[in-house]
Design a protein around this ligand. Structure first.
Ligand code: PRX
Length: 649
């Protein structure tokens, strides 16, 4: 089947969908021609405490840069996600929590979640947290992380969730960057039967921070493991909760008050603390969640993303809860204890909408149909994919095997910085092409430019940019607003540059081709090559390192590291293992290099710039067509690299 095979909208889906094809056309046009009117109308889905006076004041021009939505308005995010549902659906399950080990699931109703959030908001207040403080959450996938996030929003504190797979080093730099004095964590996390020493990692991170340090740590006793305890700093979550009051009024927050910081990787070494604000983010998350997944009241929805990434924020927490949805939250990994686990969870909770990542789909596909062996799967209605390009083979497998040929797949393109889904099919409106993210969401104006910034019309391939603002857009990089403007709005003047390349076909469908900068996407985890390089060169015996991505069957991209050792050091198997461990320790297991290529030299221009284009080609064994080598300081390096690569592979 060709990648361009067209899957029309199933009539049964179109009939009951929120948005069908004519409505998509009409609403999209309206959202582009009259954005203020369109978004004012959409803003009714928010419960406002004070009405806004202006919808949109935005400029991407670096001279008069500014992004403000719904100015003058006030709201509270936790009230929108909880309190307003109490009248109608207090007893409805908000979260179905499924533990790492099969067989134990917990249902938490909106009423219970509301009560827990209010209590924890009071706990935070008692610990001295006030509006505008940053609270770091380093948590496993357990309901307490959702409680902590919403509790922050209730009192106007800003959360910074750090993925539980990051090392103490990575955690400490993220705590240090946002100046957070309080961390919420758990004794341990559980993944695939293994224990993750979260509290010990927090202790190590605080040690690394020295006197800029954290003075409060709240610990959820999740596994009950014995952990080191500093009575002056560490607090037991349950003890604090048992003493806290269950009543906590939600604070009225300005539309543009910061809601959270989320660190993500860019092309430079230092992760960026992306700042999202209150009203626009919540509205965009809620609207996209409802329309992109065609969520209908009463349905059960499962987003498999970890809460440490933006997908977990927007589509496990804020979008679904704002819409009063019942969500599955799963602690573990898709293939534990075996490859049928996802199908088992779908059947046991009658999941209607499944949102996952290509890497999970490919891991299942690698085992033929075993992933759905013995499963019913009839509850599924809509499938979704995000985080990396989905290859047509994986798309077709997902569609046939998991979706039984019946369920539309929404391949959603977006980024940490966009806050919500940007280019995507809508199940009732868009005919699908495997591998294409298809068309823009309401209010989104994508375009393609060449490297000189010239707009490309019609069928074309180029750099993906966005011409105008949308409410869910990030507003800044924490502590470095000029880096924000520089990174996203300066490469091409007056527009937002995504860092992605894309192709637009004759039907106007977008096909994301991947990053055009030095950012890798490994199993849907975004990582800067510079971060991995700086971890490698921090090792005493490494002189120089260059990291590139290389195609990987399951992970999408693997990490290929060229390493030059100090003159007196010989490469060895034990050093290879040591370096891999070293990177895992510096960043976390997600950054584990797949290949270490020992080399005596890297291809550099005469001005000393490493030519990554050449390194990418050699890693992919594409020895021909390396392009212009005349600017290399030492062209002989290329032959050495090719010979070394031949020996490795
Ligand atoms: O390269 C694009 C890829 O993931 C990047 C954003 O990663 P992150 O900030 O972690 O946000 C993930 C939100 C899903 C993008 O720049 N990407 C994301 N979705 C897709 C994708 N690439 C292709 N197709 C997608 N659907």
């Amino acid at each position: 089947m060709s990648a361009d095979h067209l899957y029309p909208v199933p009539p049964a889906v179109a009939q009951h969908a929120h948005i069908d094809a004519p409505r998509y056309q009409a609403l999209y046009q309206a959202s582009i021609s009259h954005p203020e009117q369109f978004w004012a109308e959409q803003a009714r889905r928010i419960d406002w405490m004070t009405a806004f006076s202006q919808v949109k004041q935005t400029s991407f021009d670096t001279e008069q840069f500014g992004i403000q939505w719904f100015t003058g308005g006030q709201l509270n995010v936790s009230a929108n996600c909880l309190d307003r549902h109490l009248a109608e659906r207090a007893e409805q399950t908000a979260i179905i929590w499924e533990a790492d080990e099969p067989g134990s699931a917990i249902h938490i109703s909106y009423r219970e979640l509301h009560a827990q959030v209010c209590r924890f908001a009071n706990v935070l207040k008692q610990q001295g947290v006030v509006q505008g403080d940053v609270v770091t959450l380093y948590m496993p996938m357990i309901p307490e992380v959702v409680i902590a996030m919403l509790a922050c929003t209730r009192i106007g504190a800003i959360h910074s969730v750090v993925f539980g797979g990051f090392s103490p080093e990575a955690l400490s730099s993220r705590i240090g960057d946002c100046g957070s004095r309080i961390v919420v964590t758990a004794d341990e996390g559980c993944r695939a039967g293994r224990r993750i020493p979260l509290k010990a990692n927090v202790d190590a991170a605080i040690e690394l921070l020295g006197d800029r340090s954290v003075n409060q740590v709240i610990v959820v006793r999740h596994t009950g493991a014995d952990v080191a305890w500093d009575a002056r700093r560490d607090h037991d979550y349950d003890q604090l909760m048992s003493r806290a009051e269950a009543h906590c009024p939600p604070l009225a927050m300005d539309s543009e008050a910061p809601l959270f910081i989320l660190y993500t990787s860019g092309s430079t070494g230092q992760p960026k603390g992306i700042v999202h604000t209150t009203a626009g983010y919540l509205l965009y998350a809620a609207l996209t969640h409802e329309t992109v997944f065609d969520y209908q009241p009463g349905e059960t929805y499962w987003c498999t993303a970890d809460v440490g990434w933006i997908t977990g924020h927007s589509y496990m927490v804020y979008g679904p809860l704002a819409n009063g949805c019942t969500s599955v939250m799963y602690e573990g990994v898709p293939n534990y204890p075996d490859i049928t686990r996802m199908a088992q969870i779908i059947d046991s909770h009658k999941v209607n909408i499944l949102y996952t990542a290509p890497t999970a789909i490919r891991a299942m596909m690698a085992q033929g149909d075993a992933a759905v062996q013995g499963a019913d799967g009839s509850s599924l209605r809509i499938l979704g994919s995000a985080g990396e390009p989905i290859n047509p083979e994986a798309w077709n497998w997902f569609h046939q095997t998991v979706g039984q040929g019946r369920c539309p797949i929404v391949d959603t393109w977006w980024q940490t910085e966009t806050g919500g889904i940007m280019v995507t099919p809508l199940p009732g409106a868009t005919a699908l092409k495997p591998g294409s993210a298809t068309r823009p969401f309401f209010g989104v104006r994508p375009a393609l430019v060449d490297n000189e910034g010239q707009l490309l019309e019609g069928e074309a391939e180029g750099n993906l940019i966005l011409l105008d603002s949308w409410p869910g857009q990030a507003r800044s990089i924490h502590g470095d607003h000029s880096r924000f403007i520089e990174t996203y709005f300066s490469t091409f003047k007056g527009v937002y540059f995504t860092g992605d390349g894309a192709r637009r076909d004759a039907d106007g469908y977008y096909w994301i081709t991947g990053r055009v900068d030095d950012v890798l996407n490994v199993s849907g985890h975004r990582m800067g090559t510079a971060e991995i390089e700086s971890a490698l060169v921090a090792h005493q015996q490494v002189a120089e390192a260059a990291v590139v991505g290389v195609a990987h069957d399951i992970k999408g991209q693997g990490i290929y590291a060229y390493v030059t050792l100090n003159a007196d050091v010989q490469p060895s198997e034990s050093l290879r293992i040591e370096l891999i461990q070293w990177v895992r320790r510096e960043i976390g297991p997600i950054a584990t290099p797949d290949c270490i290529h020992w080399t005596s030299g890297l291809p550099k221009t005469r001005s000393g710039k490493i030519m990554r284009r050449i390194l990418r080609k050699i890693a992919a064994a594409e020895y021909e067509g390396l392009g212009d080598l005349s600017t290399l300081a030492d062209p002989a390096v290329v032959d050495h690299l090719i010979n070394e690569h031949r020996r490795i592979s």
